[in-house]
Design a binder for this molecule. Structure first.
Ligand code: FAD
Length: 394
């Protein structure tokens, strides 16, 4: 039976179809960035591939706008729409690991926390984002920068194959050997090439990592940035790290009289031998005057979810990002000027180094072509109160 309307979808799909008159509609339509207050005609919580095919058929038949949602973290709000259909893949959050082949299959709605949980049981992992609530597919299809990228490449470099339902309802597999053009596009081109119902990822031995945040005085920020740039270029690839501006949150390891001060910090994550990691991470201490630090060994899933609590669903988000080849003096000066004016504790600027394995993939090998850049700079404006939207966006 093929559903032709949203109403008849209910008879066909195994997941829930949530319409405006249904209980739970407001929860079902909400996405991570609360700036996107959209009202779709229905949210289809797809339980499996058949549900995705059925929902696509209804959207096609009725010429409905369609949004695909994995982890729901799209800052521009691509996981929702007004007056259309949302394909919500969150019930498809399964992750299946093949420890012998060192691969994992992740369902279209799996989040990095689901992946970390499943793969850690075998002492394995792959490059994911720095917050565990982001979607595996959404992040990996757009590139995917994370702690393990210098050693193991971007998330998209670790995609081995993808099962995709195309807009016309066909199911195809894309890999190095099948539908190669689609496979090229999926690795960095974003989510608009179809609905990915399953992603096969390469895993690597990663279990307990060594690192954490190290806060420095704000007036040394320019020097810390410059010296971080020099350190990271030659650092062993097992060192993942990023520089940030951050108002000190009320965390127990930060002296109470510094809570609320704007500082800069380096978050490091060493994924190699732990004794060596203590030395490599220890060298970061010499980059400037340390105000507070919380570094040590941690299981990778705990490390990768350590900042989740600071960024719950429902904040207002306005972000800008770019790639830079080198950190010029002028760029550092601009970052110091504006980074020092962070409006609130949720907001930040992160500077992610993109060397090592990321540079070993050719510029035209995947749709993610930024293979010669030094850093990705992400200005992440995040705050709780919509009344601050105009001021903070500006
Ligand atoms: C708090 C936060 C932290 C972040 N940290 C990082 C980071 O460390 N590294 C990094 O690289 N990026 C990071 N990002 C950016 C993130 O990768 C993107 O926002 C990503 O698109 C989110 O994916 P999602 O599945 O959670 O979002 P969604 O809103 O569900 O999806 C985003 C886009 O991906 C598409 N999509 C999602 N799943 C599928 C699927 N199964 N099939 C087809 N299309 C799909 C959607 O159509 C949509 O266009 C972060 C974002 C936030 C808000």
């Amino acid at each position: 039976m093929v559903a032709k309307t949203i109403e008849s979808l209910r008879d066909v799909v195994r997941g829930r179809v949530v319409e405006p008159s249904d209980p739970g509609y407001d929860e079902a339509r909400s996405v991570y960035n609360a700036m996107h207050d959209r009202r779709p005609r229905a949210v289809v919580r797809c339980a499996d591939e058949a549900d995705v095919i059925a929902a696509l058929a209804v959207a096609r038949k009725n010429q409905l706008a369609l949004a695909v949602r994995g982890g729901g973290h799209s800052v521009p709000g691509f996981g929702t729409c007004d007056d259309g259909l949302v394909i919500d893949l969150s019930p498809m959050s399964w992750v299946r690991v093949d420890p012998d082949k060192r691969t994992a299959q992740a369902g279209g709605g799996a989040r990095w926390g689901d992946s970390d949980h499943a793969t850690h049981a075998y002492g394995l992992s792959t490059t994911g984002g720095i917050i565990s609530t982001t979607g595996v597919c959404g992040l990996a299809l757009g590139g995917g920068i994370g702690y393990l990228a210098r050693k193991h490449g971007l998330s998209c470099d670790n995609i081995l194959s993808a099962d995709v339902i195309t807009a016309d309802g066909r199911r195809v597999t894309a890999s190095h050997h099948q539908n190669e053009d689609l496979f090229w596009a999926l690795r960095g081109g974003g989510g608009n090439f179809g609905v990915v119902t399953s992603l096969e990822l390469q895993l690597h031995p990663v279990s307990t990592v060594f690192g954490g945040p190290m806060f420095f005085e704000l007036d040394a920020a320019g020097e810390v940035m410059r010296r971080f740039d020099e350190l990271i270029v030659d650092a062993p690839e097992a060192l993942g790290a990023f520089f940030a501006f951050q108002i000190a949150p009320p965390l127990p390891f930060i002296p109470e009289d510094r809570h609320g001060d704007t500082l800069c910090l380096i978050v490091s994550c060493w994924s190699g031998d732990l004794a060596e990691g203590e030395k490599v991470v220890g060298a970061i201490r010499d980059l400037g005057p340390v105000v507070a630090e919380n570094v040590g060994p941690l299981p990778y899933p705990a490390f990768n979810s350590a900042f989740d609590g600071l960024l719950p669903k429902g904040l207002q988000h306005y972000w800008k990002a770019d790639f830079v080849k080198t950190l010029t003096d002028a760029a550092i000066a601009a970052h110091v000027e504006h980074g020092s004016r962070m409006p609130c504790v949720e907001s930040t600027m992160h500077l992610y180094p993109l060397g090592g394995a990321v540079h070993r993939v050719g510029r035209s090998e995947t749709a993610f072509s930024h293979r010669d850049v030094g850093f990705a700079a992400v200005i992440a404006g995040m705050w709780p109160d919509p009344a601050d939207n105009q001021a903070n966006t500006a």
